[in-house]
Ligand binder design. Structure first.
Ligand code: IFM
Length: 421
């Protein structure tokens, strides 16, 4: 499909076309459990980069940044907290009608039980600015960052702590009222649990299968409590989690490869989705990569990888959507999809392939409601820091200048054509 030949694309009028971010990754100036951890670990990470990521495809290009401690400290970032109007203008430039963002809990409730009126006003105004532009706000309540006080009392490790998250959800959604209709309670629960309680790559960097299991189950419980409570406030809220899916497929026809791929797929998706789905009005799906299985091992093709070495297989989005639709029969919003591509070499190709995959899945019965590209602007990629560039718009971290990349300008023209067809 080229820009001039998008005749095959046929999306419903109310389809949500947008992009996503999360507070800690773009706002700048936060103080949460991540900022504390970043300051403690930046130096070590800058030294380890030489050994941990030197095989990445563009190592020569990024090594200067990756070996600097400053890369691992979020600090000011894009200063989205103050410059969000400029970023909303980018959405408009691409003719988008939806935007997913997260509310920074540590700003709204900096100390336990103490609400910050200025922060709440900020998010109210933020949402109103989107509404004035005709952009549908999609709010995430937990996107990996937690207030320090909550993390210090054990975060999601303790079931008794869930009430604090429920109270925060009730407070902020109560304040935003019906200006918000679509709510993601928890972003990628299993990614958070695994990075934080298995790989020790994210705070609190513990290694405990028991804690991992408890955190996953407490997040499922938190989702259920928040969904029930918000639905009691307004039955029309559309609530889900954002589930990160990876597509596993057998690389040959051997029974072991096929069985292993099926088992891996189960533990990637169903083990988690089953815990949440009963209290979801739709399913948020994040898709970035596939894994090819031979025997019981992963051997991925290496022809196309992103800057952080994820295998690029955008067409597989079709199978992810179809599988989740067949299993759970809920409407789906693609809540994240994209790639780290600092040179903007593969992004347009990625988007074309994703659009075709979505179109095919819809023809095969998937009730797809929206597509949100990750990310609107370059952002803080957690343990990797600032060097990976996921943005439709680039950020110059020295000047704060933002500019749509060529692929994003192209995507904007495609969205315009589709929406005006
Ligand atoms: O940046 C992250 C985001 O916070 C959660 N989903 C995956 C993205 C890319 O790694």
């Amino acid at each position: 499909m080229s820009e001039s030949d998008n005749s095959a694309l046929n999306f419903p009028k109310r389809f949500l076309w947008g992009a996503a971010t999360s507070a800690h990754q773009v706002e700048g100036g936060n103080h949460n459990q991540w900022t504390v951890w970043e300051l403690e670990n930046a130096k070590t990470k800058s030294v380890q980069a030489e050994y941990h990521i030197n095989e990445f495809p563009n190592w020569e290009h990024i090594k200067h940044e990756a070996k600097s401690a400053n890369n691992y400290v979020s600090d000011k970032l894009a200063d989205h907290y103050n410059r969000y109007d400029e970023d909303f203008a980018l959405l408009k430039q691409m003719d988008m009608n939806a935007y997913r963002f997260s509310i920074e809990w540590s700003r709204v409730e900096p100390r336990e039980g103490v609400w910050d009126a200025a922060a709440i006003d900020h998010y109210r105004e933020y949402v109103m600015s989107l509404k004035r532009l005709g952009i549908e706000p999609i709010v995430t309540l937990f996107h990996f960052s937690l207030p320090v006080w909550f993390a210090e009392m054990g975060g999601f490790e303790k079931r008794s702590n869930v009430r604090y998250f429920v109270r925060f959800a009730e407070k902020i959604i109560g304040e935003l009222g019906t200006n918000v209709r679509t709510i993601i309670t928890i972003n990628e629960p299993e990614v958070y649990a695994t990075e934080s309680y298995h790989y020790q790559a994210w705070p609190p960097a513990k290694h405990s299968n028991y804690l991992w299991w408890r955190v996953v189950n407490n997040m499922a419980y938190a989702h259920k409590r928040v969904a029930k409570s918000l639905h009691a406030m307004n039955r029309r809220y559309k609530i889900s989690i954002a589930k990160n899916s990876v597509y596993f497929y057998a690389g040959d026809n051997a029974w072991l490869s096929r069985a292993s791929a099926a088992v891996m797929q189960y533990f990637q998706d169903d083990y988690f989705v089953k815990k949440f789905i009963k209290h979801c009005d739709f399913l948020g799906v994040n898709y970035y990569q596939s894994e090819r299985v031979y025997g019981y091992r992963i051997h991925n093709p290496t022809d196309k990888v992103s800057d952080i070495q994820w295998t690029l297989a955008p067409a597989d989005l079709q199978y992810v959507l179809e599988r989740l639709h067949q299993k759970y029969n809920k409407p789906i919003i693609i809540t994240e999809n994209g790639l780290a591509d600092s040179e903007d070499e593969n992004r347009q190709w990625w988007i074309i392939q994703s659009l075709i995959a979505m179109q095919r899945a819809m023809k095969n019965g998937v009730e797809l409601r929206g597509y949100l590209h990750w990310s609107l602007i370059d952002n803080f990629e957690w343990a990797y820091g600032k060097w990976p560039r996921f943005g439709l718009a680039s950020i110059d971290y020295k000047t704060g200048d933002r500019a749509l990349r060529p692929s994003a300008r192209w995507f904007g023209r495609i969205i315009k054509k589709i929406r005006s067809a």
